[in-house]
Design a protein around this ligand. Sequence first.
Ligand code: ADP
Ligand code: GLC
Length: 480
Amino acid sequence: MKIVHVASELFPYMKTGGLADAVASLAGTMADRGHEVAVFLPGYRSALDHPGAKSAERTFRIRIELGSELMSGEVRVFSPRKNLRVHLICRDEYFDRRHPYGNGERDYEDNADRFIFFAKGAIEALRLADLQADVVHAHDWQTSLVPLLLRDAERRHGVTLAMKTVFTIHNIAFQGVFPSRVFPRTNLPEELNNIDGLEYYNQINLLKGGILFADRVTTVSPRYAQEIQTPEFGCGLDGVVQTRAEDIKGLLNGIDTAVWNPAVDALLPARYSSANMAGKAVCRTALLKSQSFDVKFTGPIYGMVCRLAEQKGIDLLLANADFFLNQNCRLIILGSGEKRYEEALQALAARAPQRIALCAKHDETMSHLIEGGSDFFMMPSLFEPCGLNQMYSQAYGTIPLVSRVGGLADTVTDADTDPVNGTGLTFPPTNAGLADGLQRSLLLFADKARLAAVQKRGMERDFSWAQAAAAYEQLYQDSL
Ligand code: ADP
Ligand code: GLC
């Protein structure tokens, strides 16, 4: 099949979270399975500076209409592996920025224009490169107009650009809601600016377009596919999602086992496997040392790596600050994002600098060290469409301590309720839930035989992309 992905993040060229990993591994796995895969990504500075992108095999110019304005851009094409081509849609005014969406305090003012330009640019590049896609697969609000804009472009040019469109919701909390004056920038027919189209409480909602108009809609775990049809998790779009109830599938992400595998992980100070765990102790020492903590400490180390956002349950963690201040444990958080959380966590760390640390940055190497060196990995998320770190944690023998929501509930089995199959500890997404999970983690840590059994079961689970890729292949086939 000829498969085209359109996404605002792609590892290793631009990443703020799991979207980058998920798109990269889905595209890469499909390429390895013999499909011809193209990924369209905005030409961010970090992508343009990447060694692979510097040796573009092809560049060409595009001209894009945004309302009555005509804007030019450039497409750079390169091939990082067999069967895979990356197309960077470039326009420095829009994408030569360090962060893709905002400055940490607020989103960029011109996000609507930036991502409408990107979606249109991708479609125009698809047309000019004559890719003749079987499936065009778009991800999240930044690209959710692609199914609509694609059919509109086909009509204008009298051509077929793709057989089918697929849209994946990685996170329904981000919807791309803009004032209605943005609508004309899409150049879509006015009849789409109504309740059955993009209109949403007198504004426009780009995500709604993807949900309503793609041939198939997916999300990233079976449980989240159900949750987003309820008011509690639907973020106001549960009714819209329900209209696609027949077509919406929850396909669980996998993990890229070439990147996230402690047996081969070059970013760790030592490698290990379930058969030989010696390397994990080396990682532990390196992790403690990295924070100038006492390297002889033998109690539990709690790790956390996440965007600092409400979704990730930072408020629950802060509400449980006493646990970390009073228990003989260590807490190491790696995260960047909202300033208010950064400040609150910094203040917590300042109360016990020998035991609690916040690394307020994005750091791939450090994220691997935390997975390798911690005993427990915390994800007290309020909601979690899929979540990747709980799967990385199981692979690294680091016991996930997670809320029982979305993909976390689908991938972590509680070791207290299911002692035979348990791979982690799960709890409801509340302050009391996390408090209970933390208490149970102390009991588990004290019982070394049980701890080792839970670790081993997690490490032996198969979270590779093979299953997910087969499910997407089936979905593409069915749609065709
Ligand atoms: P989300 O996509 O909601 O952020 P996921 O669990 O799906 O959550 O994926 C998060 C990904 O981003 C993981 O690969 C995680 O290691 C990575 N990540 C998050 N914050 C950081 C950070 N500060 N430094 C390095 N990696 C990070
Ligand atoms: C989103 C979700 C996360 C998911 C990721 C990849 O960012 O918040 O749960 O794992 O997308 O699909």
